[in-house]
Design a protein around this ligand. Structure first.
Ligand code: CAA
Ligand code: NAD
Length: 283
């Protein structure tokens, strides 16, 4: 396997821009690709702002910010990924769309390149089966906000080779992250546990048990959570939460994972949380 110098990130939304930022800051050349040009412009601004905050707080030097920005290239064409040494996919949480992309990535990139997905819940085995290199397909699940959160959940698909997991794990170390491994079951570890809590908070709101402020306040002040579950859902994106709950519900077949009707209604109305300006709160 070639040494990793250039990382390709696909999807420049909430997660992709953070992943691109930490890779560029760690010294990798980064090619960030998104199908939507405005998403790339937004991502660059977000990365500039985030690196700026880290400079202000003395966590990185001003010249490191400039160097990181200099290592970042953006494109709308997937062919820009031909020379990369490692892929992190962070597009929409939709199995069919991701499968199509993995088949395409398999054609574009060198055969030795690891294709990782930042999916929150979708089967890595299924994504691997869409390629001719299932041994080099794995889950690399970063947490939001990527520049601040240290965990990366690494997911081993049915056919993922131990060598691929070892490469991904050492990449996490170079990014300053801690990798913890999970098996390929719907939602892995993080969202198997987190999403039922968020869903229950939405049922609690729908049934009038408390206001959003009361529900979030109880979990912040009573359980020391840094954000209440409704604030966190807005932060993650309500469309992403719904997609994950659907994967848990369909994949595990247990009614305890059924998405709350209020969540479905808000997503149908385009109230997606922070990224759309409105969710349980207004931004
Ligand atoms: N880059 C750089 N700095 C950032 C930043 C970013 N992206 N986001 C926030 N900051 C800075 C803020 O500017 C702030 O700086 P100051 O101290 O100078 O004001 C500092 O970080 C702390 O931020 P805040 O005061 O606004 O808020 P906080 O103290 O609550 O910390 C937080 C922010 C770390 C996000 C914290 O609220 C938190 O840990 N929240 C929970 C996050 C979480 O649970 N993430 C996992 C989501 S689930 C997931 O990711 C998986 C999935 O598949 C859905
Ligand atoms: P997002 O909606 O903020 O961004 C998705 C981006 O992907 C958009 O910019 C969109 O234009 C782009 N895109 C969609 N289809 C594409 C395609 N075929 N080719 C190229 N670009 C395409 O989503 P997000 O919240 O960043 O989530 C991305 C992935 O990360 C999902 O799999 C999600 O489950 C996962 N994830 C999300 C969070 C979170 O807190 N939001 C946390 C961890 C993991």
């Amino acid at each position: 396997m070639t040494e990793i110098r250039t990382v390709g990130v696909i999807g420049a939304g909430t997660m992709g821009n953070g992943i691109a930022q930490v890779c560029a800051h760690a010294g990798f050349d980064v090619r960030l690709v998104d199908a939507a040009e405005p998403a790339l412009d937004r991502a660059r601004r977000t990365i500039e702002k985030s690196l700026g905050k880290l400079v202000e707080k003395g966590k990185i030097k001003a010249e490191d910010r400039e160097a990181a920005l200099g290592r970042l290239a953006t494109a709308i064409d997937l062919d820009a990924l031909a020379p990369v040494d490692f892929i992190v996919e962070a597009i929409v949480e939709d199995a069919a769309v991701k499968k199509t992309l993995f088949t395409r990535l398999d054609e574009i990139t060198r055969p030795d390149v690891i294709l990782s997905s930042n999916t929150s819940s979708i089967s890595i085995t299924v994504l691997g089966a869409a390629t001719r290199r299932p041994d080099k397909v794995l889950g690399m699940h970063f947490m939001n906000p990527v520049p601040l959160m240290t965990l990366v959940e690494l997911i081993r698909g049915q056919a993922t080779a131990p060598e691929s997991m070892a490469v991904a794990s050492s990449l996490c170390t170079r990014l300053g992250k801690t990798a913890l491994e999970a098996a390929d079951y719907p939602g892995f570890i993080a969202n198997r546990i987190l999403m039922p809590m968020i869903n229950e908070a939405i049922y609690t709101l729908m049934e009038g048990v408390g206001t959003p402020e009361a529900i979030d306040g109880v979990m912040k002040l009573g359980m020391n959570h840094p954000m209440g579950p409704l604030t966190l859902a807005d932060f993650i994106g309500l469309d992403v939460c719904l997609a994950i709950l659907n994967v848990l519900h369909d994949g595990l077949g247990d009614p305890k994972y059924r998405p709350c009707p209020l969540l479905k209604r808000m997503v149908a109305a385009g109230q997606l949380g922070r990224k759309s300006g409105r969710g349980f709160y207004t931004y």
